[in-house]
Design a protein around this ligand. Structure first.
Ligand code: PGA
Length: 322
């Protein structure tokens, strides 16, 4: 038994490649030319393979050669083996990629409350991955996207008119915040009209938060009294807590314990329901690491800790398209 197995197993991938070329070209010399081998070498490899199989693989009719039945069976089997080998090569290179890959991520300002935690859980699974994480305002991040500087970009309002691919991966609701003790803080239902005349501190023009808030208000014909524009969520929270006015912010920006100094008002039509998007230029070939992070965002983004709406009082909030 052993003896037969040893005698019948010497077929190698190299011999199968040679056989495949001869079968495709129906000739030894063209196969030899394709493989940069001499014709006697090709003939010898086919002879050895035929001995390993135990039957002739080709038959000669006049000057032409044809596959025998055994040859056709071997051709089908070797095609499956090449496929399987190709898949193995891809999986191995994926493993290598994830072991010591590099991931370049950029994100808009407010995404800093969401992305680092997702990067943290990703890096725990793939400790060899090196991460470069860039945060900037929306226009700086769009510039990076145009120059294709990152593997992936996270933003709340993907730019219109750009050839990009964008996938929502987590909720990103906007709420109206007031200082604790504000006159409207105890109200169970604040009509939007009640906010007119209240001083508002808004994110700067061009920020995703501002864009979404402006669209929401414009659609409802509401004009707020914008007292101040501030380019930082943290500074806005301090200013609201200090009694300078109300603001519209991402619920993520409030952190786990906004209750000490801030309250979320129960305003009609809010929260403004939106999403975080993962974005990249259309046609970009994502690296193995980037594909893995993409998949990670889609799985983790839906988990309860990022489902920011959980537990928040809702008053028929609308879904705002980015
Ligand atoms: P921003 O973007 O930090 O630029 O406001 C956040 C968002 O779009 O929600």
């Amino acid at each position: 038994m052993d003896k037969i197995a040893t005698r019948r197993l010497p077929a190698t991938m190299r011999q199968l490649r040679v056989f495949d070329a001869v079968a495709r070209h129906s000739g030894f010399s063209r196969a030899a030319a394709e493989l940069h081998l001499s014709q006697p070498t090709v003939s010898m490899q086919v002879k050895l393979l035929s001995e390993a199989v135990g039957l002739p693989l080709f038959e000669q009719v006049g000057k032409r050669i044809f596959l025998t039945d055994a040859g056709r069976m071997l051709q089908a089997t070797s095609a499956e083996m090449f496929d399987a080998w190709g898949r193995l090569e891809m999986q191995v290179s994926d493993l290598k990629g994830l072991k010591r890959g590099r991931l370049r991520i950029s994100a808009v300002t407010t995404a800093k409350y969401v992305v680092p935690r997702l990067l943290g859980s990703f890096c725990r699974i793939h400790p060899g991955v090196e991460v470069a994480f860039e945060i900037g305002n929306r226009s700086a991040i769009i510039e990076r996207l145009v120059r294709n500087e990152d593997d992936l970009t996270v933003m709340g309002v993907p730019p219109r008119g750009m050839d990009i691919v964008s996938h929502p991966f987590a909720e990103n609701p906007l709420v109206i915040v007031a200082p604790r003790g504000h006159a409207l803080a105890r109200s169970r239902r604040v009509p939007l009209s009640k906010l007119v005349g209240q001083p508002f501190l808004m994110r700067e023009q061009g920020s995703g938060t501002r864009l979404a808030a402006d669209r929401f208000l414009r659609d409802r014909g509401v004009r707020l009294d914008v007292k101040m524009e501030i380019g930082s969520n943290e500074a806005i929270k301090e200013a609201v807590a200090g009694g300078l006015g109300l603001s519209i912010l991402s619920l993520h920006a409030l952190g786990p314990d906004p209750g000490r100094s801030l309250v979320v008002l129960k305003v009609e039509g809010l929260p403004i329901r939106r999403h975080w998007y993962i974005v990249h230029p259309a046609g970009k070939r994502l690296s193995v690491v980037a594909q893995a992070f993409f998949a990670h965002l889609k799985t983790e983004g839906g988990h309860s800790k990022f489902a920011a709406l959980a537990g928040l009082p809702q008053h028929g909030g609308t879904v705002q398209r980015a």
